[in-house]
Write a protein that binds this ligand. Sequence first.
Ligand code: WTA
Length: 690
Amino acid sequence: SYLRHVDSRKLMPNGAGHIPHLKAVILGEALASEEDDLVLPSKEFSDQANVHSPEQYMEMYKRSIEDPDGFWSEIASQFYWKQKWGEKVCDENFDVRDGKIKIEWFKGGITNVCYNCLDRNIEAGLGDKVALYWEGNEPGLDGSLTYSQLLNQVCQVANYLKDIGVKKGDAVIVYLPMINELPITMLACARIGAVHSVVFAGFSAESLAQRITDCKPKAVITCNAVRRGTKPILLKDIVDAAINDSAKDPPSLDVCLVYDNPVALKREDTKWTQGRDIWWQDVIPKYPSTCPVEWVDAEDPLFLLYTSGSTGKPKGVLHTAGGYMVYTATTFKYAFDYKPSDIYWCTADCGWITGHSYVTYGPLLNGATVLVYEGAPNYPDAGRCWDIVDKYKVSIFYTAPTLVRSLMRDGEAYVTRYSRKSLRVLGSVGEPINPSAWRWFYNVVGDSRCPISDTWWQTETGGFMITPLPGAWAQKPGSATFPFFGIQPVIVDEKGVEIDGECSGYLCIKKSWPGAFRTLYGDHERYETTYFKPFAGYYFSGDGCRRDKDGYHWLTGRVDDVINVSGHRIGTAEVESALVSHPQCAEAAVVGVEHEVKGQGIYAFVTLVDSVPYSEDLRKDLILTVRKQIGAFAAPDKIHWAPGLPKTRSGKIMRRILRKIASRQLDELGDTSTLADPNVVKQLIEFSDS
Ligand code: WTA
């Protein structure tokens, strides 16, 4: 081990004060605490980085806070605007006490996100640069599209959509696997001002139907089937069921465009509804490969993405064109230290926000080469990711802690048999990355050479909020470090009072940023209640956070009733309502428990209707019900039979107690005297091993 000396530097302005000292640390020796574990970028890396020192970050950060209009309008000017925005760069009301919440950026500016991703980059000479590499589930199946080819295909789809009557502002539901046609469809919608709503192709028919009913799309775009690993998934059957389901709720859908994926299912084996279903390959190639752009206002909607909350049905998070474009492009560039020669791979699916902001928009706005991988990360074996990294010379690799942990369990031999020398920057997203997984990712995957950007953000935030800038400062394994430009994170106590210095509490954000969501589709009131009312004057993230003595941020997980399973956000209420829809389930309460690979597992307490006996079949049936109503990824890991649930006298379920029982912390149950029936707890513990 050798001594790496870090100067004492002021790193953070932020109400919380600055970093007094970054201590000299001896790497490899026992550390007093994880907070003292510093990992520095190499001098070589920092020297070439877009932001190469804490001072440079500080200078830019300071400007972004003191003069946000100047900071963001300078960046926005690098994009193409048909017409520049009006007087105000940002117009916001961020405080419910002052009336309706409103966030507007670049209002009056006329632009188009697809144009900025493709036409603008082609005009700048990137026409022949690869925009998308596609790697199929089966090794050996692959393809690529240059920026010019991508534009041609996007235009064909855009022309088709226009032809079937999709207009500016209309919704289109996209239920596709990770094939190039997914980003192509998103961009085609953006080109004509239509609002895409991508639904992760792991969601069940019922979940899809719910989304169709909510946003009433003009068309659904899907694929007959896909293979992930060895498993074929019949997507078209799911779509059929969803459309049937939602047809009860008019207006019913009359177009379903189906991409033919013969590797997974033969055409003739695909169920077909004449008059409604159309094969992608039969129509799209017939359309012209140029298509004029529909110019939109910066504040026109770009997409809707449904996400889980702590109560009720999924919420349609709405993002608008201008601010989102500027924000995803900028965060991508800085957090991954993007250079034009990079090959970038993000393992997320476009069905989640990560795939929107950091598979499609952020990278393409930067003219980057993006890899789209269709398959499972451990197929045919646990070395597949590194095989792909070597094949395409991937230099930036962005993934989720759950994958890191699962590959870690499979052993390093799968990693070290590949060179991985193209890798430069690693990224993590979705949940806190535990220091041991961080270390493995850093040492084994990145050969102790590649900084890790642990990016904290949310569907609602559109882009990174708290993230390392890889060349700028020392990292602490497990900490998302410092805020991105323009972001003012504050930590508040239960009363909403900001706490300074070393502290922990609820993570909120002061002031808006360009990538922030503007509303929940059709329910602005819920938007205000969920995010702006809990702590007036701030956006409330739903996450807990600790700030250490050096000003580093440590995310501690959700503080609401949302759980994070393998980086997938699931509302406990959604799982509960699926369970109670089962005729033999009287009541259910769901909590998250620590899970070695998934981060959190789903633990369900279930009370059956009178006199129904517990049985293994019933357990399986309950799990199946959740799979059918939400999707396989939401299936409970454990069903705990509960003769009764711990409730207060007013009938509120005490989840705090359930969490302790689920994680077997029985000596930490705390005060149970306010329970309506304290005996319930004893019974639950007795049933723990049932
Ligand atoms: C969690 C995913 C810790 C967090 C982009 C947040 C994280 C939720 C991190 C949003 C991270 C995401 N460290 N926690 N780097 N990234 N989270 O909307 O709880 O699917 O609130 O967006 O994931 O999940 P969502």
